[in-house]
Design a protein around this ligand. Structure first.
Ligand code: PLP
Length: 449
């Protein structure tokens, strides 16, 4: 076979080639996802295309359940819709046994549309509206109260409907993670959370069935969950001792880190993100030390999002063109940008070639196709030369991309699921002009130029 020509390139011999983790990263190629050739996926669905692996999602779910149940027997996962609310994805989690965790009326409606009954929905979020609360109360959802005005509103609706809503309060606390996420819920340390509980009890309009916290996201210190669990369990004990109320569940929220690498991080995510076992051990330690737990065995709920699905997502994107920058770096323009992959703003996403390549590397920046300076998919990384038109894999991209992606400049790509049997299932087709402007209205006097 004729060898590929590689243009010569002079690169400064930099002292940064090795670091304390060893030699500079070696770029390996991957030409298949779950056994399906990348080429075949592109031929069928075009490029770019977001691919999700059903077996990897299920495997992560089972691994997390196993890790938690090693330490505590009564565990339930609640799928955090905002992480990825494609119906097929939610149903994979529901089939695995997760209930739904939603943070808006829209997400609540999505769960109901999938057939999830109200009493299998946890309704979080700081912006719940009256009509949304009314519906959730009628349908028996667990409502997690964020602030006092919401508390008063729920009380009022409950009286009007003559129903007793099942509620929890969201609690925020110092677990050693800064900046502290203190804008959601009621504070633990200054007594606000306990005062809110007292207020709910004295109002006699609702039933407190749980306590909830979500201390932040991409938490790299597993021990923070020990402090979180301890605080919630102490609060539960106090409620029991002083108010005679026994909560049924302790909801620890989400926040486990995926294997992604944060933009500011020196070490790769797979080296520093705690494992499910480490998180489970920290939570289990607090639960197993607790008198409240030994007496009442509350349900432990986790709303893990990104750590369950990030690694199951692969964006396939192809090279539109290349250029050499005045800095000496190579620029590669891809056909997918931050409009489809918003997590490129938080992570050093991994770019992987899809074919074997000769070894010469050059520092390469990956840009998207948007005519905006912000459209950087991956800051400079040593990378082999690529040919125009060839696909690369951008990973991990399963979490928060197809919920936070933007309708901006380009159409959003299709989403495809590789089923457990290796079938390619289209979950969402590539957008067309009607998807973008179909709901627009043009006033009569502006209908012509
Ligand atoms: C209340 C709540 N639960 C769960 C999650 C999921 O978090 P993560 O994806 O970090 O696990 C979030 C996300 O911010 C959240 O706000």
């Amino acid at each position: 076979m004729k060898k590929t020509y590689i243009a010569p390139n002079i690169e400064r011999n930099s002292a940064g080639n090795t670091n304390k983790y060893g030699a500079k990263s070696v770029v390996r190629y991957q030409d298949k996802i779950d056994g399906i050739p990348v080429k075949e996926i592109v031929e069928q669905f075009g490029s770019p295309v977001l691919v999700l692996s059903e077996s990897q999602i299920r495997r992560r779910h089972r691994r997390l359940m196993d890790a938690l149940q090693m330490h505590y027997p009564k565990v339930r996962l609640a799928w955090s819709y905002k992480t990825n609310y494609l119906g097929a994805v939610c149903n994979i989690f529901h089939q695995e046994g997760s209930c739904a965790e939603v943070v808006s009326g829209m997400e609540y409606a999505m769960a109901r549309r999938l057939g999830i009954p109200g009493n299998e929905i946890i309704f979080n979020g700081p912006g719940k509206k009256r009509h949304e609360l009314e519906l959730a109360i009628r349908e028996g959802a667990r409502i997690h109260i964020d602030h006092l005005d919401e508390l008063y509103l729920i009380e009022k609706i409950a009286q009007e409907l003559d129903l007793v809503p099942q509620v929890a309060i969201r609690v925020n606390m110092d677990t050693g993670i800064y900046p502290q996420w203190d804008r959601f819920g009621f504070n633990y340390e200054n007594g606000e959370a306990y005062r809110a509980i007292n207020r709910i009890v004295s109002g006699k309009a609702m039933k407190i069935v749980g306590l909830h916290a979500h201390i932040g996201t991409f938490i790299l210190d597993a021990q923070a969950y020990y402090y979180e669990a301890k605080a919630l369990l102490e609060l539960a004990q106090r409620m029991k001792d002083e108010l005679g109320i026994t909560v049924e569940y302790i909801d620890m929220g989400g926040g486990f880190a995926s294997q992604n690498t944060l933009l500011g991080s020196y070490a790769p995510g797979e080296f520093i993100s705690p494992s499910f076992d480490q998180y489970a051990e920290a939570i289990g330690a607090a639960f197993n030390e607790s008198h409240f737990v030994s007496q009442n065995l509350p349900k432990l709920i986790l709303e893990t999002g990104r750590a369950l699905i990030d690694e199951a997502g692969y964006l396939i994107s192809s090279v539109v063109g290349k250029k050499n920058l005045p800095s000496g770096e190579r620029a590669v323009i891809l056909d997918a940008g931050v409009n489809t992959t918003i997590t490129a703003w938080w992570y050093k996403l991994k770019v992987t070639p899809t074919r074997p390549f000769p070894g010469a590397y050059q520092n390469t920046i990956f840009y998207g196709p948007l005519c905006m300076n912000i459209d950087i998919m991956r800051p400079a990384v040593p990378f082999p030369d690529l040919q125009t038109g060839e696909p690369v894999l951008i990973t991990p991209t399963g979490a928060y991309n197809n919920t936070q992606w933007m309708q901006f400049i380009e159409y959003r790509p299709p989403v495809v699921l590789i089923s457990e049997t290796g079938k390619l299932e289209l979950l969402r087709p590539r957008e067309e002009l009607d998807d973008v402007i179909g709901r627009e209205m043009i006033p009569e006097h502006l209908r012509s130029q």
